[in-house]
Design a binder for this molecule. Sequence first.
Ligand SMILES: O=C(O)c1ccc[n+]([C@@H]2O[C@H](COP(=O)([O-])O)[C@@H](O)[C@H]2O)c1
Ligand SMILES: Cc1cc2nc[nH]c2cc1C
Length: 340
Amino acid sequence: MSLPVVPPVDRALESGLRAAIDGKAKPLGALGRIEDLAVRLGLIGGGKAPATGEALLLVFAGDHGLNQSGVSAYPSEVTAAMVATFLAGKASANVFAKAAGATVKVVDAGVASDLPTHPALIAAKVRHGTRNAAEEAALTGAEVEAALANGARIAASEPYDILVLGEMGIGNTASAALIMHRLAPAPLADCIGVGAGHDAAGMARKQTVLAQAAARSDARAPLDVLREFGGLEIVTMAGAILGAAAAGRPVLVDGFICTAAALAAIRLQPAAADYCVFAHCSAERGHRLLLEALGAEPLLDLGLRLGEGTGALLVVPVVRAAAGLLEEVASLEDVLAGRL
Ligand SMILES: O=C(O)c1ccc[n+]([C@@H]2O[C@H](COP(=O)([O-])O)[C@@H](O)[C@H]2O)c1
Ligand SMILES: Cc1cc2nc[nH]c2cc1C
């Protein structure tokens, strides 16, 4: 399989970037974690901040055979209905994208139904939903390869400076939990949360179904885990992360499912971690532990658990501000010498 190769950032640039930030017209350390983000952006940009003007939200959509076993409180039809809502500009993601000055496109990675063509819909359907991972492998090896290649191709061909990740897929917290369980790795119980919402009975059913899926395969290698547990929006997103990172562009990672895709991308190519900015810690049980397993400190913690890219969109202005700190804020030396 030919996937783009992600170059690691040049860590030798870090001390110079840190010195430049320390020398800005502000008390030392006064911009807190924005300073760390500015350094990370400087590393991504090879010594200067990368462009951040054009933010593109890609909402990766797919359906899950696991939902036949009742892992979600919602029917799979909601996935296609929400895709239509994104395309009509009426979802939370559209409103947040407007606030962030971001463009919205939807990637059909494997929605169960056929979707009508639309200028903002990128067709990348590998199959109509995954197989039920509680009973058999969700995908074949060839389907995993096709989804990864689709994501990488989309990230290489769409116009953007910052790639903002979002997803829509009823049942995808179940798939993400299994991926986390194997690739973080972490005990399965610590990876399972209420997803879009569950009462106690629904939660117990989800736990039983996921224990059944996990017992079916002992896969631990990243490609094998993706084949066993899916889902298509997650695998396609992992390919897009690799594509954006290989192109030297920052990737804003949304909630639990997007972080599971980032985990897969990073386990495939560890250098991808250098390009990922983890936007927020979702209320989904497991997300904090997953972020910890990646050594990632999320920027926000607002109790969000919607997905769609909503949390990642909120940090678009934060990323632009951090880039501006590196590139546009005067040095204290120049300020004191009156060189403005
Ligand atoms: O982003 C998150 O952390 C997040 C946490 C819980 C649920 N979601 C969204 O809810 C859907 C998955 O929930 P579920 O219960 O159907 O697996 C999917 O469309 C996600 O976008 C998203
Ligand atoms: C209505 C609805 C909207 C969503 N957006 C992302 N995940 C979702 C799940 C549901 C159920």
